[in-house]
Design a protein around this ligand. Structure first.
Ligand SMILES: Cc1cc2nc3c(=O)[nH]c(=O)nc-3n(C[C@H](O)[C@H](O)[C@H](O)COP(=O)(O)OP(=O)(O)OC[C@H]3O[C@@H](n4cnc5c(N)ncnc54)[C@H](O)[C@@H]3O)c2cc1C
Length: 397
């Protein structure tokens, strides 16, 4: 039975995470305005996660399982007013925390994990003209002797500038459709690899987003993730489905970022309203609440509900249960509240909400991407419908 009440030590961890996160508040605007400047590993005055680690050592076997706790940490951290680094760079796993690392962990061989596990790896699927429909990718990989030769263009690679390399999707047999798609580990020093540009974005500006080009880019034969070079002739796509499973781990993480922005905006709105004497009292009857109180209650309920879907998807992963449906549900909900809750906070706060003196406008901008990458909200709803109705991706597109 899932139970998301945190034990005393887990609550201490969450409180400490917020405390540490707040230590970079004064640098937040700087990195907003200097988006191509990567924050150093340690900002002036920044308190680090080493303050949190000792608390992990005090956890007992009955405490919250690890991925569930990490999602709660992500929500707590992302809702602070500190510098929001790209997708968990400051998490306990340290440098090896890119989206590509999740792919390596879920689809790599033990040898590949041992060889590359400490690198920081981005994930590179999207191409100019190919986004949601990932099976349509055009980048190719061809075996030449003991090397793969990769050709193609990739865009929107999160952390693509600062990462050591990326897990790159390419087809080894275009005629085979999904069955021909494989992922390759490409390090930045591979001959033929080019970092083309860094995007300027609406939000998450402290997280870099890159475009890559591969021109006869050569990587060793063992760079094929999972090592399976075969293309099932019956159209089977177990390999493709295998790498897609990575999303069951990463979607809760992305959703947690969306919930975090919603929570950040909600907490700020509540604090500002409290200054004006409007405090939420859940016990008060509906007819005795003011319009603002009612709005804050609805915002809190939506945010909490979204947070619970994230914890549920993570918990299923912790207990080794399938979470395909739940990871899409949480991604859809997390992607939704990060759009609607900062917007609702703006309704309550009025003009001050767009001022750079506060972070509500930043939560709105930063959160927007949570409903786009790792599969848009619409695509999540498609997956949810398929899962519930029992349709395949060919039957319901
Ligand atoms: C800041 C940022 C970071 C990113 N990071 C990464 C990364 O690290 N690695 C990576 O590989 N990619 C990354 N992406 C790419 C991201 O995953 C894609 O943008 C996303 O999957 C959507 O693809 P698209 O932009 O091509 O939109 P399209 O697929 O062209 O879709 C356009 C619109 O149509 C809707 N739509 C499409 N198909 C359907 C359908 N069948 N039914 C209903 N609606 C549909 C979509 O929901 C969307 O609203 C990133 C993008 C951004 C903006």
């Amino acid at each position: 039975m899932a139970d998301f009440r945190f034990s005393a030590i887990d609550q201490q961890i969450l409180d400490k995470v917020v405390e540490v996160g707040e230590s970079t508040t004064r640098h937040t605007r700087y990195y907003e305005d200097h988006e191509h400047e990567t924050p150093p590993d340690r900002l002036e005055g920044e308190r680090g996660f080493e303050e949190v680690f000792p608390l992990f050592g005090q956890r007992e076997p009955g405490d919250t399982p690890m991925m569930t706790l990490m999602m709660a940490v992500s929500i707590a951290r992302g809702s602070t007013s500190g510098v929001v680094r790209g997708l968990g760079l400051a998490m306990p796993q340290g440098r090896a925390s890119g989206l590509g690392n999740a792919a390596l962990q879920s689809a790599g061989t033990p040898e590949q994990k041992a060889k590359w596990g400490n690198l920081f790896l981005a994930m590179s699927i999207t191409e100019p003209g190919v986004g949601s429909d990932t099976k349509a990718i055009q980048t190719t990989a061809r075996l030449d002797g003991d090397e793969w030769v990769i050709n193609g263009d990739k865009i929107f690679v999160t952390d693509g500038v600062k990462a050591d390399g990326a897990i790159v999707w390419a087809t080894i047999d275009k005629s085979a459709g999904r069955a021909g798609i494989k992922s390759f580990l490409v390090l930045k020093d591979a001959p033929g690899f080019k970092l083309v540009r860094q995007e300027k974005k609406l939000g998450i500006r402290a997280s870099d987003t890159a475009a890559y080009a591969f021109v006869d880019c050569r990587v060793p034969r063992d760079a094929l993730l999972g090592g399976d070079e075969t293309v099932p002739k019956d159209g089977g796509s177990a390999g493709y489905k295998g790498v897609m499973k990575t999303f069951n781990m990463t979607r809760p993480a992305v959703a947690s970022g969306g919930v975090a922005k919603a929570k950040g905006a909600l907490e700020f709105a509540k604090a500002e309203m409290a200054k004006e004497g409007v405090e939420v009292d859940w016990g008060k009857s509906f007819r005795n609440r003011s319009a603002v109180e009612q709005k804050l209650i609805e915002m809190e309920a939506d945010t909490e509900a979204a947070a619970l879907t994230v914890l549920h998807a993570a918990w299923l992963s912790d207990v080794k249960q399938p979470n395909n449906l739940e990871s899409s549900v949480c991604k859809a909900k997390g992607g939704e509240v990060c759009r609607t809750i900062p917007q609702a906070a703006m309704d309550v706060l009025g003009g001050m909400s767009v001022s750079h003196d506060h972070l509500v406008e930043k939560f709105l901008r930063d959160g927007r991407i949570s409903d786009i990458y790792e599969g848009t909200g619409q695509i999540q709803r498609l997956i949810i419908a398929r899962e519930i109705l029992g349709y395949s991706s060919e039957e319901l597109t």
